[in-house]
Design a protein around this ligand. Structure first.
Ligand code: KE4
Length: 427
């Protein structure tokens, strides 16, 4: 028994699956998840004392790397002044002003404690603003675990949704229409058929929850044009892409202005913080100003705000995103070259500081192509890399992340491990 296996056995006695979020249980890849005891820069260490180069970064927040000294210091200083007040603080104004400056489509913003809260609030706001009920989402996109978003495609692509989780009432799920990501035809048909009942559309502008799937040219522009024409609220879920794909997030990268945006992960710098915001006309419908209720005991928590402010100040440094994208590109290109040397069908791509790895000849363009990938090969590769001290996302259906703390030596070490792993797969 190792410390990890002992801890996992204990955890499963009192926590469902032994984890506080399902993907951490390694059920997709098999095996025992390492229990992490510390992190520093690009590395994490587990309960057995093993060190890993980390390409998960807590699923995106740790764009500066683990235990960034400036972030730790500002959080410690905030903690010494009190952990939470349940009352307004100046730091929340500073973060809101910074967010609305960095994201010009957001004239106003509300801070919450997670990405789920941000998206749940944004769709309630879209419905309250329009007085309509129908919501469109896309197959393979994940927006957190609120009921209206745990919905899978109905029997036909254009029929209303069915619950994708137990506990979600069918009566609620049927208000969510699930379309194919990058399927412009289905989008046009849905609006032609139901345009005046659609409250809003929520989309990951770069999908990162079915592995990484990039938007097809014109897909986002078509979505913007149809929402405008039919008075539907366009919600960019930038929880993952926000300040990850670039300083202007995905909306700046692709030049599309959403009506509402949601953020999480990077904006909290590793502490619990999310945000939703957008056009003043819509945001003024939020309580206590307007009729759309939304609240939170720890919303705008001073420690989360301190971590978020420090992170968002540091990512504005000259050359930050160029260096991050260069690291991600060297990583993905090096992996493809190694796979090619060993004749393994493999592809990869990066958008800013997030990347997708695919055991398929070309990157998937939609959910069906994602599902056609060789998951068995990924799982074998995952474990070979884990054994070699490289911690990838424990699922073939997740994106990965680099940080400012990943050095060229880290990338070289990772590629050396990948070469051995691909060689093993080729046997
Ligand atoms: P949280 O509630 O987990 O902070 O955010 C939900 C969320 C919303 N929108 C997008 C685009 C997201 O990627 C997420 C959460 N992402 C997952 C990673 N696939 C978090 C990891 C987990 O669920 O443990």
């Amino acid at each position: 028994m190792t410390h990890n296996t002992e801890l996992f056995a204990r955890a499963q006695g009192v926590i469902p699956g032994g984890v506080n979020s399902p993907v951490r249980a390694f059920r997709s890849v098999g095996g025992t998840p390492p229990f992490i005891t510390s992190g520093a820069g690009a590395r994490i260490r587990d309960a057995d004392g093993k060190s890993y180069i980390d390409y998960v970064g807590s699923w995106g927040p740790l764009i500066l790397g683990h235990a960034d000294p400036d972030t730790v210091r500002t959080v410690q200083q905030a903690a010494a002044r009190g952990l939470s007040f349940g009352a307004p603080t100046a730091g929340e104004i500073e973060l809101a002003e910074l967010l609305t400056r960095l994201v010009p489509s957001m004239e106003m913003v509300r801070l919450v404690s997670s990405g789920t809260e941000a998206t749940m609030s944004a769709i309630r706001l879209a419905r309250g603003h329009t007085g309509r009920d129908t919501l469109i989402k896309f197959e393979g996109c994940y927006h957190g675990h609120s009921d209206s978003l745990l919905v899978k495609a109905g029997s036909g692509m254009l029929t209303f949704g069915n619950p994708s989780s137990a506990g979600v009432p069918a009566d609620l799920a049927r208000h969510t229409l699930v379309l194919g990501y990058n399927d412009v035809g289905a989008l046009r048909e849905a609006f032609a058929r139901s345009g005046d009942t659609i409250a809003g559309v929520i989309i990951e502008p770069v999908a990162g929850n079915m592995n990484l799937v990039a938007p097809a040219p014109d897909f986002l522009a078509t979505l913007r044009e149809l929402c405008t024409r039919h008075g539907a609220v366009l919600i960019f879920d930038e929880v993952m892409t926000g300040f990850r794909v670039g300083l202007t997030s995905a909306q700046g990268l692709y030049g599309i202005t959403p009506d509402l945006s949601t953020f999480g992960k990077v904006v909290g710098g590793g502490l619990p913080l999310g945000a939703f915001g957008g056009r003043r006309e819509i945001m003024e419908k939020v309580a206590p100003l307007g009729p759309v209720y939304q609240a939170g005991t720890l919303s705008g928590n001073p420690l989360s705000v301190a971590a978020g402010l420090t992170t968002l100040k540091k990512v504005q440094a000259a050359g930050f995103y160029e260096a991050l994208a260069d690291t991600a590109r060297r990583f993905t290109e090096g992996l493809c070259a190694a796979a090619q040397r060993h004749g393994i069908p493999f592809s990869a791509q990066a958008v800013g500081g997030m990347f997708g790895l695919y055991f398929a000849a070309t990157p998937p363009r939609n959910y069906a192509e994602v599902m056609a990938m060789d998951v068995v090969a990924f799982n074998r590769f995952f474990h070979a890399m884990l054994e070699a001290g490289v911690y990838l996302a424990p699922s073939a259906f997740e994106a990965g992340f680099v940080s400012a703390a990943h050095t060229p030596a880290d990338i070289e070490a990772t590629l050396a491990a990948a070469d051995k792993a691909f060689s093993m797969l080729a046997k």
